[in-house]
Design a protein around this ligand. Structure first.
Ligand code: F0G
Length: 366
């Protein structure tokens, strides 16, 4: 295993940090951009909202090299693909996977094709795929259509699929659970996260279980997943033909890892629940304005979910009777700057004023 990143401790990347738990060998060329090692931020105001002495942390995956958690899985998937001699990657995406695949393909010096639902990708993510030099194909269809096409093209040969149906993606993403346990000293009591194609909940659950088996932890968290109300196939237990939500990253009607997500929820005595678009947007601005963490709408789903667990009687998991001092981790999956449209819509027009101290004082009402 030879590294392409720096040798400093801070930016070693997930393969170097966790190689013993990953499907790599000394022969694997490590394609890394220094992903992982993301901040687990203690959130005093969220903790206060839960009460009972509970402690809430947010795992800020938006600080990864391309701004989302996908980089953890992509470093492993692309390293293995290069080891196997591939020279082209392909993926379907709601945006973040395509940005990540394009970056790691560029790093590896191979090509990358991304199949996207036309008009449904947040601006920042589309810009990223373009900037990294991917071949971008927009289809008249949704993510589920794109993934169906990618599966067929992948099976026909010539491409390595780097969606989360590639087990190397899941292996890389489970390192987020390792980092949380390493930092907290044990697994948290609850882990909340957004669910789209359901790869990430599968990966976290795999990571937590592996660490328990290796006696790096003594317990397992309850996994609580949140889907957008208009795109909630797992919650409603049926495929959704026309999924719809402002949280475009999780606009998915037929998740690939559906069964694995179910298993994680049942085995962990967790839950799956839904949050509305209004709740998602309110949680997005609350998190930015009360904790200083700006995330994209999909990433605000677990924050909206946490509020629902605390406040609502109609919730799949109530925190009202939660054990005193419970530790809760919410994964916020992607950076807020990826999806500027919603916020731009809320921006008030900025009319310039005269460049004098008096005018500025008046403007800020001092
Ligand atoms: N949050 C963000 C920001 C995402 O981009 C995704 C998925 C999820 C949550 C859900 O994770 O699919 O593992 O359940 N984005 C994929 C993509 C589908 O194409 O970028 P999941």
């Amino acid at each position: 295993m030879h590294s392409t990143t720096t040798k400093s401790q801070q930016s070693r990347g997930v393969i170097e940090c966790y190689s013993e738990f990953l499907p790599v060998s000394p022969a694997t060329p490590v394609i890394s951009l220094g992903e992982g090692n993301t901040p687990l931020i203690y959130s005093p105001r969220l903790s206060e909202r839960v009460g009972r002495g509970c402690v809430v942390f947010v795992k800020t995956e938006g600080v990864n090299p391309t701004g989302s958690f996908k980089d953890r899985g992509m470093t492993v998937a692309v390293s293995k693909a290069v080891e196997c001699g591939t020279n082209a990657l392909i993926c379907a995406s709601t945006g973040n996977t395509s940005a990540s695949a394009a970056a790691y393909a560029a790093r590896a010096g191979i090509s990358c094709v991304v199949i996207l639902p036309a008009g449904k990708i947040a601006t920042g993510k589309l810009l990223q795929a373009f900037a990294y030099g991917a071949k971008i194909v927009a289809i008249d269809g949704n993510f589920d259509d794109a993934l169906r096409i990618v599966r067929e093209l992948g099976e026909a040969g010539g491409f390595t699929i780097v969606n989360s149906i590639n087990p190397d993606r899941i292996a890389g993403q489970k390192t987020a659970a390792f980092e949380i346990v390493d930092e907290l000293g044990d697994a948290p009591d609850f882990h909340l996260l957004p669910v789209g194609n359901a790869g990430n909940i599968t990966a976290y659950w795999t990571g937590y279980r592996e660490y328990l088996v290796h006696e790096r932890s003594t317990n397992l968290p309850s996994m609580i997943g949140f889907q957008a109300a208009g795109a909630a196939p797992i919650f409603y237990d049926r495929t959704i033909d026309n999924p719809d939500t402002i949280a475009s990253a999780i606009r998915i009607g037929n998740p690939a890892s559906w069964q694995q997500a179910r298993a994680a929820i049942v085995e962990s005595r967790g839950a799956i629940d839904v949050v509305s678009d209004d709740e998602i947007l309110a949680a997005q601005s609350w998190l930015a304005q009360h904790e200083g963490v700006f995330v994209e709408p999909a990433s605000a789903a677990p924050i909206a979910g946490l509020f629902k667990c605390c406040d609502s009687r109609d919730t799949a998991y109530s925190f009202r009777q939660i054990r005193e001092g419970s530790r809760i981790v919410c994964t916020v999956t992607g950076h807020g700057l990826k999806d500027p449209e919603v916020i731009i819509g809320q921006l008030k027009e900025l009319k310039p004023i005269a460049a004098t101290v008096t005018d500025v004082r008046r403007a800020i009402e001092l």
